[in-house]
Design a protein. Sequence first.
Length: 90
Amino acid sequence: MDTIILIQENIKLKEENTKLKIEIEKLTNKINKYTNTESHRKYYEQNKDKIKTQGSNYLKKIKETNPEKLKEYSKRAYQKAKLKKQQILN
């Protein structure tokens, strides 16, 4: 009796698992449409100077208003660079 119930539950879980896998594939395909497309790359290549100046202006503004935030940014960047270097060496 218990084995029958367990088998039925197992079948239900397998069906649910396959449905969720299909849904995940659909959602990842939708996300890929909006991220890193060719048009995004072209835009950033054409407006490289404009984007760099906007970034530097933003950092100057933060430096004046909230220097603690700037320290946090630089610390995080250092940690990421250190982690990448370790991964390359390994």
